[in-house]
Design a protein around this ligand. Structure first.
Ligand code: ATP
Length: 930
């Protein structure tokens, strides 16, 4: 067999290195029992001198000697194999995560050495070894796997975002007698070669969209059509925003279409930071282009469907608009038919997004389906569920059997009527009636029916009817016991519905400073609205977000006894987070000791054990909760005192968690909370903190303990942080070098390999910078993080001026190519081109959104932003001065003789001032047109 064995030998070498590394780490941390075995093994391995580097070298220059070494290597490996297994099994018994760690290290080893060029040469070399080595895998297959592993390891993915994730395994699919027509329509849309690129299922909260999405995704997966699925979910870190949307989709696509691997890999190698770039860049480079490049490998009728659920739960409104706009481009692919199935509530940002792609999508409004159809579906579901509740009850309590026709078709109809159009009502009612924490199913059903109040219930009333039957039951006993129950409810359930990501009971108890048993007791009667896993280490989740909406609705403040004060609860969580961090954080929390230890070399189990999930949560989200509480920070505030003692510890912890770049935004957000007047010290601290992070973020990210070495050592001598934390400097440094006196004027440096800048502009809020380069491109930078966001391409000459619109949504660029272009910042799309002027414009300024003022006149920009018109004379505003002509409404009006040709022009209303070479200023005033 071609190449048999050789590839597996290199894999074996690498895995073995990983195993050695893993053993070393384990050896140094905890393993006492296996010590003699490990030492024996290490001696043996050292004797073989197997290093990753050595193996690589070996493969780079095959000759007689290296062949011999390779043979020795393989012999050595097989000798070690059995002992490794023996030791490993001992370790695995001690460490349930042992296998996981190994895989991770193996992965890391694989990521590190290879670029695709190298993979090619490795294949070549491996083939030359094939006669010498014999194991049972083909070269090509294994290398493809390696490549795929490389790509997968480089694409950050959102946990549990796919429709079939373990976490959401028990989430509902459509009951077979429901949504039949709708599901058929969706199937037909996906299969229709002339169908629109996007299907938008729009429906209000709880109408059943996510259930349909899951059913649709499952059905496409069964038919081999599903490319990827992503379920947004508010309150779940990775799934509540779009940062990992396209990388997660790309990772799923690689598994579905292995042919994409090399194209995605090439994109990552060309720009390793592409996975953190603006959505447009990620989508184009990681999805659109790789799919386009599949052209040669696929038959042209292939359909791939993406299912994206709950777009409204994606945090940034602009992102929603961009996602919709990008997905609408999928139709342009010639290699395959890419279809996107999207669902959302009918919220404004989503509607605005779809407004910009009119005619390019098919939609269906779920709550506008005629009531009888919805009622029929909900009744079918209720009928089925209630029958199964009856049977379960009768099996459990043969002496208290419910009649065989319970609850009767009229009751089912009444319930269905109460529910329309909310499936969530029916689902919660069934969970409530089934919940054994309550007395009899018949009583529970009667309780629900008490809330039946007329037919004209609003959506909000329906939420009351959904949740009050469950909650009202808690309010029993004396007034005092009701009060104590409500306060316990707010203390426990309030945080659960407001957390930025769900936590297990054990972590909740630590975070809230409440005993585990109190939480368990409080959640006991809430199993029909909260998913409470039996294990205290699995997260507690809401069954449905509408429970949150119901509890925090400020219109219910006086009427809903369970109402949760969002601001006060967030403030309490923030306070607890800071208390917890103050108790927990300290210098070198993972006991690494060596200041240069790279984060990448720290075993994740070590980080997990020193930064358990509640500490991790507190590190990442205390600022979020503070912001949500609208608290103001002044001198001496808890934040101030926390920072004065723990600022560096917090940075170290963030670095260990791989989240140091979040600190930039968190400090900025805190600066926004500072109350004017009483906060000069905390303001100065936060300013210093921002400078400190911007200057040292990169090294702290790589080596967490450099926080107390390089960062403190090289911070300027007047830095507040340097002053406060001077004693924390690593013991290894006994004399500090002379540092600058103050932070220098350079906040940070935005780097690009080559080229020079011909124009630049800040966005009005100062968060972005646009730079025009000599390769005729514009680059957009995120000022807070210093990261390059996206590149705008289109001009055919150097640019002379850039300007942002007042709302920061549009960028205008003027160029020697005699055009002005307008760009949509969020999507990076080119919107319009203004031509028709013969002169080069050197200054641009937006005026009230309708006009762009140039140094030679106005450009009218009132047309629909979706228009992609080019070189339209009519785009020139009412008055414009070209090189030789004064133009009005895009038409030549007055020819200017040479001595009246202006160097500078000012236009105000109908008056024009021409700055002439003679030094004189010539004025024109044109009569107003009627
Ligand atoms: N066709 C169906 N068959 C069975 N159960 C359903 C069906 N549709 C919805 N449900 C039940 O109703 C609950 C709420 O539906 P779902 O979560 O799909 O609503 P949604 O429209 O996505 O809500 P939101 O906009 O708030 O996310 C589901 O958890 C499920 O239990």
């Amino acid at each position: 067999m071609e190449g048999v064995g050789a590839a597996s030998s290199i894999i074996a070498v690498i895995e073995l290195s990983a195993k050695v590394a893993s053993l070393c780490v384990k050896y140094s941390t905890a393993v006492k029992n296996a010590k003699p075995d490990i030492e024996r093994l290490l001696r043996q391995l050292k004797g073989l001198q197997i290093t990753l580097l050595g193996a690589q070298e070996l493969l780079k220059s095959p000759n007689g000697k290296s062949l011999k070494t390779a043979q020795e290597l393989v012999d050595g490996l097989s000798n070690c194999e059995s002992q490794l297994k023996e030791v490993q099994s001992k370790l695995d018994k001690k460490f349930s995560k042992g296998q996981k760690v190994m895989t991770k290290l193996g992965f890391r080893a694989l990521q590190w050495p290879f670029q695709s060029k190298e993979v090619d040469s490795i294949i070549k070399n491996l083939k030359r070894f094939r006669d010498t080595l014999s194991m049972d895998l083909t070269v090509d297959q294994k290398v493809v796997d390696v490549s795929q592993m490389f790509v997968l390891s480089k694409l950050p993915t959102a946990n549990d975002a796919a429709f079939d994730s373990y976490a959401d395994e028990h989430d509902a699919r459509c009951h077979p007698e429901t949504r039949t027509e709708l599901l058929k329509d969706i199937d037909e849309w996906a299969r229709n070669p002339k169908g629109k690129g996007i299907f938008w299922l729009n429906g209000m909260a709880g109408t059943g969209k996510s259930t349909i999405s899951r059913t649709v995704a499952q059905s496409f997966a069964n038919q081999g059509l599903l490319g990827a699925s992503f379920f947004f979910k508010r309150g779940e870190r990775d799934r509540s925003n779009a940062a990992l949307l396209f990388t997660t989709i790309a990772a799923q696509l690689v598994l579905k279409e292995p042919g994409l691997t090399s194209h995605i890999r090439a994109a990552i190698e060309a720009d390793p930071s592409v996975t953190r770039k603006a959505l447009k860049e990620q989508f184009e480079k990681l999805i659109l282009k790789p799919l386009e490049n599949l052209r040669d490998r696929l038959d042209d009728t292939k359909t791939i469907v993406l299912v994206i659920d709950a777009l409204d739960e994606c945090e940034r409104d602009n992102d929603i608009r961009v996602i919709v706009s990008l997905l609408s481009q999928a139709k342009s692919l010639s290699s395959i038919r890419l279809r996107a199935f999207l669902t959302s509530r009918p919220e404004l940002p989503v509607r605005l997004g779809f407004n910009t792609i009119k005619g390019r999508y098919q939609d269906l409004v779920l709550h506008e389906i005629p009531n009888p159809i919805i009622e029929h579906d909900i009744a079918a579901y209720l009928h089925f569920e209630l029958a199964s509740i009856r049977n379960e009850h009768n099996d459990l309590f043969p002496n208290r059997r419910l009649p065989p026709d319970w609850p009767g078709s009229q009751t089912v109809r009444d319930l269905a009527k109460m529910a329309v159009p909310l499936f969530i009502f029916a689902a919660t009612v069934c969970r409530f009636i089934r919940d054994p924490a309550w007395c009899d199913p018949g009583d529970r059903l009667a309780k629900v029916l008490e809330y039946q109040s007329g037919t004209q219930q609003s959506e909000i009333d329906k939420l009351d009817a959904t949740y009050l039957p469950v909650l009202d039951r808690l309010l029993v006993g004396s007034e005092a016991s009701k009060r104590s129950l409500l306060s316990e409810f707010r203390m426990v359930v309030g945080p659960i519905v407001l957390l930025a990501e769900p936590l297990p009971i054990r972590s909740l108890a630590r975070l809230l400073g409440v005993e585990e048993k109190v939480i368990i007791r409080r959640l006991e009667p809430l199993h029909s609205v909260l998913s409470v896993p039996a294990s205290p280490t699995s997260p507690v989740r809401m069954f449905h977000l509408s429970f949150h909406d119901f509890l925090v609705d400020h219109n219910k403040q006086g009427t809903n006894p369970f109402w949760i004060d969002r601001g006060a609860t967030n403030e309490k969580i923030a306070t607890r987070c800071l208390e917890l961090l103050s108790d927990h954080l300290k210098k070198d929390i993972c006991d690494l000791r060596i200041p240069g230890t790279a984060r990448a070399d720290i075993e994740s189990s070590v980080i997990d054990s020193h930064l358990p999930s509640y500490v991790r949560y507190a590190c990442l989200y205390w600022v979020h909760h503070l912001q949500q509480s609208n608290t103001r920070i002044g001198d001496g505030h808890q934040v101030h005192t926390f920072f004065e003692r723990h600022f560096l510890h917090w940075l170290e912890a963030l670095s260990l968690l791989g989240k140091i770049s979040d600190s930039v935004r968190m400090i900025k957000n805190l600066q926004g909370l500072v109350s004017p007047g009483t906060s000069s010290t905390v303001s100065a601290f936060l300013h210093d903190a921002a400078r400190f992070i911007l200057s040292f973020r990169q090294i702290i990210d790589l080596c967490p303990l450099q926080t107390y070495a390089s960062a403190i050592v090289f911070a300027p001598t007047t830095s507040i942080i340097r002053g406060l934390f001077r004693n924390c400097v690593s013991d290894l440094i006994t004399l500090l070098p002379r540092a600058d006196l103050e932070w220098d004027a350079c906040l940070q440096t935005l780097e690009r390999d080559k080229g020079w800048i011909s124009a630049l502009a800040f966005s009005p809020d100062g968060t972005a910078l646009a730079t025009a380069w000599d390769d005729w491109t514009v680059q957009l930078w995120d000022i807070a993080t210093g990261e390059h966001q996206q590149t705008l391409q289109g001009h055919s000459d150097l640019m002379t001026a850039l300007a942002f619109s007042p709302d920061g949504a549009t960028l205008a660029s003027a160029s020697y190519d005699k055009t002005v272009r307008l760009w949509d910042i969020a999507s990076g799309e080119h919107r319009r081109t203004f031509g028709g002027h013969n002169s080069t414009l050197r200054r641009l300024l937006f005026l009230d959104g309708n006009f762009l003022v140039a140094d030679r006149g106005f450009l009218r920009i009132t047309h629909s932003p979706a228009d992609k018109s080019t070189d339209q004379e009519a785009d020139i505003g009412p008055l414009f001065v070209g090189d030789k002509w004064i133009r009005q409404d895009g038409k030549n009006l007055i020819w200017l003789p040479p001595k009246f040709r202006a160097h500078a022009v000012a236009v105000h209303g109908s008056t024009i001032a021409l700055g002439l070479a003679s030094g004189q200023v010539g004025f024109f005033r044109l009569a107003r047109k009627e």
